[in-house]
Design a protein around this ligand. Structure first.
Ligand code: SAM
Length: 184
């Protein structure tokens, strides 16, 4: 009986947070003038594409610079066993991600409530970005100057303005979808 109640409460909690997330997304979409901080988790089709095509080395370190609720980080950890840190500037995705990580039992993922600009990206083997082209262009110099010589940038959906990817993963319709970069 008590187990039923616990399961029911957890389910209810999950539904409430999911509903809040949808409402939050809608409010941001309707009222935010600056779309630079839009909270849009990676789509499942991109996650599947990365699962089928990437080969990341277990126990290496990945950072998601704009991590939202940490969806991509959970995928990278679950699939490749890489350690993941993520930076998120807004409270809602950060707290929601923290709760999801607790509920879904991802104790090793580090979600940090901070601007990614404080990140020391030199220490990471993989850098994951899911940003619009103008945001990619804005951080291009910053990222390429600081990244490790052996690191790989995994960019979901969008390209940098100046640098050329060394590999591009296309989806089933041959649409370029995941761009991979190394330091020049
Ligand atoms: C596209 S979503 C992230 C999706 C996530 N990377 C994923 O793949 O599931 C972009 C997130 O970046 C956050 N963000 C925007 N500017 C930021 C900054 N300067 N530092 C850290 N996070 C930032 C936004 O709050 C938003 O939640």
């Amino acid at each position: 009986m008590i187990i039923k109640q616990i399961v029911f409460s957890l389910l209810l909690l999950f539904i409430i947070f999911f509903a809040l997330r949808v409402v939050y997304g809608l409010l941001v979409f309707m009222f935010k003038r600056n779309t630079s901080a839009m909270y849009v988790p990676s789509f499942n089709r991109h996650i599947r594409l990365m699962k089928d095509n990437l080969k990341l080395v277990r126990w290496k370190k990945l950072v998601d610079l704009w991590c939202g609720d940490g969806k991509a980080m959970r995928f990278f950890f679950r699939t490749f066993g890489v350690y993941c840190d993520g930076y998120e500037i807004q409270y809602f995705p950060y707290l929601y991600g923290k709760i999801l990580n607790k509920l879904l039992w991802y104790p090793d993922l580090r979600l940090l409530k901070n601007d990614f600009l404080i990140a020391d990206i030199h220490g990471y083997d993989y850098i994951y970005v899911y940003l619009l082209p103008q945001q990619m262009a804005a951080i291009e110099d910053w990222i390429f100057k600081r990244m490790n010589t052996d690191a790989i940038i995994i960019s979901n959906s969008f390209q940098f303005a100046v640098h050329t990817p060394y590999d591009v993963i296309k989806d089933k319709k041959w649409k370029p979808s995941i761009y991979l970069y190394k330091k020049d």
